[in-house]
Write a protein that binds this ligand. Sequence first.
Ligand code: SAH
Length: 342
Amino acid sequence: MLSDLSLKELKEYAKDLGLPEYRGSQIFDAIYSGKTLEEISNLPKSVIEQVCKDWPSYKIVKRYDSKDGTKKYIIEFDDAEVVECVLMSYKYGNTLCVSTQVGCRMGCKFCASGLNGLKRNLTSGEMLGQVLLVNKDLGGTVKERKITNIVLMGSGEPLDNYDNVIKFLRLVTSEDGLNISDRNISLSTCGLVPQIHRLAEEGLNITLTISLHAPNDEIRQRTMPIANRYSIKEILDACRNYIDKTKRRVAIEYTLIKNVNDSKACANALISRLKGLLCHVNIIPLNYVKERGLTGTTRKEAYQFVGLLEKGGLSATVRRTMGEDISGACGQLRNSYLGGKA
Ligand code: SAH
């Protein structure tokens, strides 16, 4: 698919088709404007016929607009698989939450994305497609893009689709393309330790976000199967290495689940675990997922939990919730779009 290719690769692609180099640039402009073949006006019919089999056919099939400005999109690919991505508008810009896989095989008990396992990985071009389509929907162009920040927090485990995610990050940060700064990109992982070490070597200084959700392995194992494979110690060691290599502060996600990880003892254990680590903790009351039967705390309880962490010397905040009226947690929207048959 052509959105997998960089400008340089598209110029080579054009050359291989026997076309002049500038046709490669025109194809690039059309791809990055999110154009369908029908919308292209500056390429001759003969060229269109040559490129049509490789043209991306991803499209927005549904958009939900929340009262708070959040927009959720269902995007469909050429094999009819769908993912969701979410646009959140802040004072400083627009953040797009991008999906990296159709489904997920990590099996976290509180998460809707993995309810039916992993369907397939997304290609780099399909991840970029989410950004290009939403940018176009907002009236943005390549030069004047409307999306300023990206978080890899949609459905899927990004580090379980490592090569495609890295390729996507290189495309989306490329100066020729959307040129989004790596400082404005976050990658969230449930903690695949070897891949965190690899990521530290990529020269991509993105923000690493760890979905920790527990202060010790025993509690973590109750909701996150991956905790049987890697310990919190190994994850935090990998974080230290990441900080060392990139000089970036890591983010720790901690979803508060009623009677699982929300006690004062948990807060204290978390403080001792994270003390001295260059990190910021995001506390999120669990979004209720009916298929999972786990409940979140109230926001008031979340603020109390943050208070304990701050008293213990950690930097922590309660994450703003957005778009609750149009289905909150990851995977929920796709599931409701598919009528629970995903
Ligand atoms: N697989 C990656 C990224 C996707 S999930 C990861 O695990 O980090 C993005 C974040 O949403 C993760 O922190 C995940 O644990 C959290 N999450 C999943 N289900 C949730 C729910 N029901 N309520 C609140 N947060 C949830």
